[in-house]
Design a protein around this ligand. Sequence first.
Ligand code: ACO
Length: 427
Amino acid sequence: MGSITLINNETGDKFDFDLIDCTRGPKAVDFSKLFETTGIFSYDPGYSSTAGCKSTISFIDGKKGELLYKGVAIQELVDKYKFTDVCKFLISDSLPQNDTDSLEFDLELRHRSFLHEKLKRMFDVFPDRAHPMATLSALVSVLATLYVDHKEIVNEEGYQTMARRIIAKIPTMVAYCYRNSVGAPFIEPDVSKSYVENFLYMLRGYPHGRMKYNRDGEQEISALEVEALDKILTLHADHGQNASTTTVRNVASTGVHPYAAISSGISALWGPAHGGANEKVLRQLSEIGDVKNVDKFIEKAKDKNDPFRLMGFGHRVYKSYDPRAKTLKKIKDELDKKGIKMDTHLSEIAQKVEEVALKDDYFKERGLYPNVDFYSGIILTALKIPVELFTPIFVMGRMPGWCAQLIEHNKNPHARITRPRQVYLGK
Ligand code: ACO
């Protein structure tokens, strides 16, 4: 630990503040007593220089393009573990020791994946064209009315039940949002199917446990598709104190029901500056329409008088590259090789956008690289996922991270209600 001295140049007063050593990354200055000691507070819109909590869940080195969950590199988790293993790791600290261990957690999720009958009836009130992110946020709030045990969530068992229940139910909710929007009957979860396979089944299945038929017979969900979606979910599982996670923590800090806090996180994720970008990327690539138009759109993105931004580019923390985007590109190329064809037209446009932007001084000087949302849409399209479900799939991926962060926040005896100050400039 060291210290830092702050000098008020108006009065000459000097104040010492402790530095906090982080286990990885730069030190932080402890300004929690800044106002009490100096009568001055800090101004940091967007919180680029401010930590709101101490956390042990994920670590990002923006310069190196490194992401770790609980000290383990994201690439290792993607290569060696299933998404449900990563969920367990995030919410309860241990990775499965063997296949039985891994299956046990998946089985628990399968059995918890059914929705309360009252919740299913709620879908009727949403118009057909309701965006699934709005529906999801509302339905997760409703969970707080159906599971009223949050006051008892003060022990490990309570936290685990809260987290496992919502991680299990969220794929069912996402699938039902889609089926409701197209007027298709709900397909109940199938406990014989793994977490990701079950999701694809509820999305694409036909009544009585059948899949689509064509001349070759019944079209099963391929192991390749399951594996690709599983990896995508793992890549989204946690990401430090991003906007939606900070929202979950802020709302949780008022002592509200955990599902109310998570519902707020879903709303925060919806925005195009955050998780909503994956849907916008695909729509933007379609709007560009042809590789020959890429230069024109790049110029638009650079024009300060034009609000147009290149979706899927740039990140608050990553300034060299986003490791998740790199892994996604690898998944995309592997799927392509193994026969799950990407939309070649969109792929070519995306490739060209990346190529032109990465050579352009505007993007280089500002450290703007493809982020996690740039390639995920192209892969999800190849997996026959409708575009309006892209951000809901991000919700499925981020759910264990939100739960882990909420548990960490609620277990911290020193946690206080979030209450920043303001620089008042009014009358
Ligand atoms: N296209 C064009 N210019 C951009 C872009 C972009 N995608 N992103 C940032 N810039 C420019 C800004 O105009 C600004 O330029 P200036 O210095 O000349 O004013 C500079 O780069 C810095 O941008 P900020 O907005 O200050 O960066 P910030 O860290 O606040 O924003 C963000 C990060 C929101 C991700 C931004 O890069 C963006 O809007 N990207 C597009 C949306 C997107 O892909 N979001 C997904 C992010 S990943 C996730 O949340 C899951």
